[in-house]
Design a protein around this ligand. Structure first.
Ligand code: G6P
Length: 624
């Protein structure tokens, strides 16, 4: 691929057709989808006068609103897009929608057209010229060319174009000559259609749709949908060349879940939601007396889990950190060996996968491209694939044999918080339930841990009361340029997660390390300028962690320690201590991670960072 290609990898797309004015609905939808990318935004409307009006600009959706404010925004049919640039600078020309040379057709696209180069050559030979360097513009010209040469409808042209393209796409297309329809198609990128009263909504996920209707259809790969005002939804599977059955599902999301609810940022709201979200996650699964834990995905596949020779966990980012905790939980309670892999590494290295292996894919969004590809690879090698996801109906849960939702509600802040604690909660429940099935956990231990899981919402509420203290401490650390986070055992992954949170939103360099590894390198960095955050809760290796704190202090380092209530040793040696309630070691990350979330949050706020939309990041990474 030449370097000049501007792909449309990770984006949010939204569409509307009906009797209402489309523009406000589209803009509202883009705001909801902005977590998917915020480098440029654009909208295409078929105006009341029949003209195709396209407005697009570099920057966030707000910039688009300013830009479009004085323009003709009329029309009941429209599509809109928010983009996360992977190749090349995000600018006005490369922003979506892209328009065909004829000026009739506009397209928005999330995905990558891999054979765009060959198609572009062919279109150039047919007299087409290109304004941008995007693969998407090639696609809209191809649709235009097919339509003009064959004299066919927009639907037929899109259908033929999807046969010719290689790659991933979710697209929505409108044509000035067919002003009463939107044609949408997908392969490997998500697309949801909302069914209203004589109107249709279209989006990358359900968040822009939920305030208008709770009836949705998730498009499947290779399906093309025609959305016509007042007419039934028409969906065709291009591969099977057959009409698809329309499977209307009810959304369980509520609008309040998508609002900040009085908090200054979604991230803070999501941190404070954790007593509720962990409560929702265990609800109906952990018995009130702590004597049983039931996960239907495990019960239904009991034989498969009982026969598992090994479990492989694949994930990215924060979900990978949850996976590291999952490994310790499953090995401790179930005595099954667990490997935890970065999905992006696993998928490209011809891993050994046996048919009796179980692969667990952990993903908040359920859309992360590497995680999806890793699970497809394991599936092709005969493994049973299980998902731990948040977004209901997303690609990963749809591709797995079975799974377990974390049920924490929409997570909108780009830095993951409540999804992490939801994932760890599900992994703890899995370890308990599977350990019970296998007879590898005794009843006393089972009940003790299950009761603490049951009580977790109130324990988390207690930790959240430390908010004011952490806000004060954050002021001391705001101007550090580097941070070290240390933890052992179950809290080594927590240290990694704490460091990641800080990096993501404050742009301060931070490293997470197993505390004992510090002496093999990072210790050389320690001085008065670099704060060290140590998780030193009362566990089986507490004394060792205390020694690590002493090593930092002996070299003039400043230490902030997360300790258990009543601690005297670590808190005395450390410069600052945060006390959290006592909890068993295996569940402690559910509490220790929370002060680290708050610390990262307040440092980022002190530095004036864009907490919910940090630079260069996107929440749903559908790029390889
Ligand atoms: C992005 C997000 C992270 C997230 C990771 C994996 O990098 O910014 O917060 O942990 O993707 O996402 P997933 O949806 O698969 O959990």
């Amino acid at each position: 691929m030449p370097d000049t290609l501007i792909c449309s990898y990770m984006c949010g797309i939204v569409g509307y057709i009906g009797r209402r004015q489309a523009y406000p609905i589209l803009i509202g939808g883009l705001h909801r989808l902005e977590y998917r990318g915020y480098d440029s935004a654009g909208v295409a409307l078929i105006g009341d006068d029949g003209a195709l009006n396209v407005y697009k600009t570099r920057g966030k959706v707000e910039a688009l609103e300013h830009f479009a404010a004085s323009k003709d925004l009329s029309g009941c049919v429209g599509i809109a897009h928010t983009r996360w640039a992977t190749h090349g600078e995000p600018n006005d020309v490369n922003a979506h929608p892209h328009v065909s040379q004829s000026g009739d057709i506009a397209i928005i696209h999330n995905g990558t057209i891999e054979n765009y180069h060959v198609l572009k050559e062919a279109l150039l030979a047919h007299g087409y010229s290109f304004r941008s360097e995007t693969d998407t513009e090639v696609l809209v010209q191809l649709i235009d060319y097919i339509g003009q040469t064959n004299g066919c409808s927009l639907f037929e042209a899109v259908q033929e174009a999807t046969r010719q393209i290689v790659g991933a796409y979710a697209i929505a297309v409108i044509d000035r000559k067919e002003p009463d329809r939107i044609v949408a198609a997908r392969r490997s990128s998500p697309l949801v259609i909302g069914i209203g009263d004589g109107e249709y909504f279209l989006a990358s996920d359900a968040t822009p749709i939920v305030e208008y209707t709770d009836r949705v259809v998730y498009l499947n790969d290779d399906e093309i949908a025609v959305l016509e005002c007042g007419k039934p939804l028409h969906v065709v599977n291009t591969k099977a060349n057959a009409e698809s059955r329309i499977d209307i599902q009810r959304l369980k999301m509520s609008i309040s879940e998508l609002e900040k609810g009085g908090y200054p940022h979604f991230m803070l709201k999501e941190i404070f939601e954790q007593p509720k979200t962990v409560g929702d996650c265990i609800s109906g699964r952990v018995a009130a007396d702590g004597r049983s834990v039931v996960l239907s995905g495990l019960v239904e596949n009991r034989e498969r889990f009982m026969a598992a020779g090994r479990i492989i966990i694949v994930a990215c980012g924060t979900s990978w950190h949850a996976g590291l905790i999952g490994k310790q939980l499953i090995e401790e309670f179930c005595r099954i060996p667990v490997d935890v892999e970065y999905a992006s590494e696993f998928r490209y290295r011809n891993p050994v996968v046996h048919p009796d292996d179980i692969l667990i894919a952990i993903s908040q969004s359920g859309e992360t491209a590497d995680t999806l590809a890793a699970l497809e690879l394991a599936k092709s090698k005969g493994a049973f694939v299980f998902g731990i996801c948040n977004v209901v109906g997303a690609s990963i849960p749809r591709a797995t044999d079975s799974g377990c939702y974390i049920h924490v509600g929409p997570e909108i802040g780009v830095a993951s918080t409540k999804a992490f604690t939801g994932q760890v909660t599900v992994l703890a429940m899995m370890a308990l339930a599977l350990g019970r099935m296998k007879g590898t956990v005794d009843d006393d231990k089972f009940t003790r841990v299950a009761c603490q899981l049951r009580d977790m919402p109130s324990l988390i509420s207690k930790v959240l009361k430390l908010d004011g203290r952490i806000r004060e401490l954050s002021k001391i650390f705001t101007y550090a340029h580097n941070f070290l986070y240390l933890g052992r055992g179950y809290n080594y992954p927590t240290a990694l997660e704490g460091a990641l949170k800080l990096k993501e939103i404050s742009y301060i360099h931070a490293e997470g390390y197993p505390a004992a590894e510090m002496k093999h390198g990072p210790i050389a960095l320690i001085d008065n300028e670099m704060p060290t955050v140590v998780i030193a809760t009362a566990d089986s290796i507490y004394d060792k962690t205390v020694s690590n704190i002493q090593q930092v202090k002996a070299r003039g380092g400043r230490v902030m320690a997360i300790v258990t209530e009543g601690d005297t040793t670590a808190s005395e040696i450390a410069d600052y201590a945060i006390e959290i309630p006592e909890v068993c070691e295996c569940l402690s990350p559910l509490l220790t991670s929370i002060p680290l979330q708050l610390l990262a949050y307040y440092i980022a706020v002190n530095k004036g960072r864009d907490v919910d939309q940090p630079r260069n990041l996107a929440k749903s990474v559908t790029v390889e």
